[in-house]
Design a protein around this ligand. Structure first.
Ligand code: PEP
Ligand code: MN
Length: 305
């Protein structure tokens, strides 16, 4: 008997040189896949959109802390080109003793910052009971890494009708992320924005390992907009501009970046937060890369049939 032939029946398909198509690999998330009839989802937000030609920057503090902190950050990031203000009012913290967020008071500060600056608001919702409240204040609901597979939350968020920024779980595969997106879409909300924020690997020098390949892959197989989060991937502000460049080069539709007036005094994630000046410099340094992106014909990507 020919051993090679026997082995090819025993070994898993993708270990034998037999290519599984992307369509087959992600077959359980059919509504997330790029096709001739669904080449790209464009998510309208206020007077701009995510997933179109413009690279969208979301920026702001990890947590909403004070009126002054939020307002000064909003004004500076808007001047540097951000379209969306980020800031957590409900914070998923790994320690029960860490700051958990200002809740409703934080949502109200976000709404006042939108009023003052014209920036849209993205903020996290952590459980299904809070969805109606957060949806009243936010333009985009963020589902955090720790909740990517909380199906009751995904369903409630879908029903809010708000666009959903779905962050990849820190131990989730690309297929897992697409399955959660499929869950939102299957509950009637196709306004899903995927976010790569780094995953856990054996590397501990960075907070997480930024998976640029996942961005490239998601852009290849999915019609959903993809956002890079260099801040949570890096865990260190010095690395954020370089990871932002990687996000642009991988084809991301935008980025979400943590910025704080005094990172050393931040109530959460200070180590990875950029100062105002650092954010200005990063945005300026991204310009030539964004010009190249403009010329890349992303429409020419192969379409999954
Ligand atoms: C955040 O955006 O501040 C956050 C908690 O992100 P993640 O869910 O990716 O850890
Ligand atoms: Mn954070």
């Amino acid at each position: 008997m020919n051993l090679a032939i026997t082995l090819s029946f025993i070994l898993p398909q993708n270990g034998t040189g037999v290519q599984v198509s992307w369509q087959d690999r992600f077959a359980d998330s059919p509504d997330t896949l790029r096709s001739a009839i669904r080449p790209q989802t464009i998510v309208p937000v206020m007077d701009f959109s995510i997933g179109g030609d413009e690279f969208i920057t979301m920026a702001g503090p990890c947590s909403v802390e004070t009126e002054g902190q939020l307002r000064s950050t909003a004004e500076r990031v808007r001047r540097a080109g951000a379209r969306i203000l980020r800031g957590g009012a409900f914070k998923p913290r790994s320690s029960p003793y860490a700051f958990q967020g200002l809740g409703l008071a934080g949502l109200k500060m976000l709404a006042r910052a939108r009023e003052a600056t014209g920036l849209a608001i993205v903020t996290e919702v952590m459980n299904e009971c809070d969805v109606p409240l957060v949806a009243e204040y936010a333009d985009i609901l963020q589902i955090g890494s720790r909740n990517m597979e909380q199906y009751a939350l995904l369903e409630a968020a879908a029903h809010s009708g708000r666009p959903i920024l779905l962050k990849r779980g820190m131990v989730a595969t690309v297929a897992d992320l697409l399955r959660s997106a499929q869950c939102v879409i299957s509950h009637g909300n196709s306004q899903v924005i995927l976010c790569e924020r780094g995953i856990r690997t054996f590397e501990t020098a960075t907070r997480n390992t930024f998976d640029g390949a996942a961005i490239a892959l998601l852009k290849l197989v999915s019609h959903l907009p993809v956002i890079a989060d260099p801040s949570h991937a890096a865990g260190n502000s010095e690395l954020v501009p370089a990871l932002a460049r990687i996000g642009v080069a991988a084809g991301a539709d935008g980025q979400i970046v943590e910025v704080h007036p005094h990172p050393e005094k931040a109530w959460s994630d200070g180590d990875q937060s950029l100062t105002f000046d650092e954010f200005d410099r990063m945005m300026l340094a991204l310009e030539p890369w964004l010009a190249i992106r403009q010329n890349l014909c992303l429409e020419a990507l192969p379409v999954c049939q």
